[in-house]
Write a protein that binds this ligand. Structure first.
Ligand code: SAM
Length: 287
């Protein structure tokens, strides 16, 4: 047996308490991600998987590589892709999409808002959320016979998730939450069992890498809808509030911020009004 193969068969090594603490601190400072003690083995397994690819045997050596090695940026990206939870679905929380559709109907009817509608999916993962939002807007415009323009911006910290999101090709299984009519209207079957978003919808959505800890510098403003679901749960309470404060500043007057139900409690903002609807957690920007 070759030396390399012997290494592959070795069990995952136990991390010392100080090593675990160093990794947690690095991850939290750079991405906001909080790893609890229960996630220690998750961290060990994922670090080990990457370390095996590199032939590194020691957590401390790999830590140095991620911190300031010659490929530190690449290593950091690789690690984030492995450690972030990217679970998502089309129309994951239907009530939130129904709320956005209602909001858009009113926005379109309002003669003061004739500029293209701007929608932002924050933490878009592999794209199911921004494509669901794009379909929601397109459907409302169709139903209203409106020619108003729209654009969806979708951001995430993970390069690999963004790559899949941009490719916009999903299996029939992923598309199960969509009606046959929606699939026929917005997708083409590229190969048996795989569906590609149609070009005219693809032109409406742009993807970018953005860490929500760096929102203050993000060149995004005047959004009509900001959709941020299943992301804040990975952050500490104070950081959730900071993120929400930055998102609030990026809303257009009258725009809405839609968060996942129960993802934040007791947060208030002087410029925002909570929406009175128990099925969703949303806030409207005054003015
Ligand atoms: C569980 S998914 C949620 C996807 C989608 N919003 C939904 O509700 O289905 C969380 C996403 O947040 C992203 N994420 C985690 N930390 C982030 C950060 N600091 N900045 C931006 N995105 C981050 C992950 O890469 C992942 O794609």
């Amino acid at each position: 047996m070759q030396a390399g193969n012997a290494w592959i068969l070795k069990p995952v090594a136990e991390m010392s308490t100080s090593e675990f603490s160093d990794w947690c601190q690095l991850l939290e400072t750079r991405s906001g991600m909080v790893l609890t003690e229960q996630r220690r083995s998750f961290l060990q397994v994922n670090l080990t998987a990457r370390m095996r690819e590199l032939g590194v045997t020691d957590y401390a050596d790999y830590y140095q590589q991620v911190l300031d090695g010659p490929s530190a940026a690449v290593e950091w990206t690789n690690l984030l892709d492995k450690l972030t939870v990217q679970e998502t679905h089309f129309f994951r929380h239907q009530a939130s999409y129904d709320f956005v559709a209602d909001f858009l109907r009113k926005r379109i009817a309002d003669n003061n808002h004739k500029k293209p509608l701007s929608i932002w999916s924050v933490g878009c993962a592999t794209g199911e959320e921004p494509w669901s939002l794009a379909i929601t807007v397109a459907q409302v415009l169709r139903e209203q016979g409106s020619g108003q323009g729209f654009a969806v911006t979708a951001t995430d910290i993970s390069h690999s998730a963004l790559k899949k999101a941009r490719a916009a090709c999903y299996s029939a299984r992923r598309l199960e939450p969509l009606s046959k009519e929606l699939i026929e209207h917005y997708f083409v079957e590229e190969q048996p069992g795989f569906f590609q978003v149609k070009k005219n919808l693809m032109q409406r959505v742009c993807f970018a890498r953005l860490n929500v800890l760096e929102l203050a510098n993000a060149p995004i403003s005047s959004m009509d809808v900001i959709f941020c679901q299943n992301l804040l749960i990975y952050f500490r309470r104070w950081q959730r509030r900071e993120i929400l404060n930055h998102l609030a500043a990026k809303l257009a007057p009258g725009g809405v911020l839609v968060v996942g139900l129960g993802e934040v409690t007791g947060w208030e903002h002087t410029d925002l009004q909570p929406v009175d609807n128990e099925k969703v957690l949303a806030f409207t920007r005054k003015g």
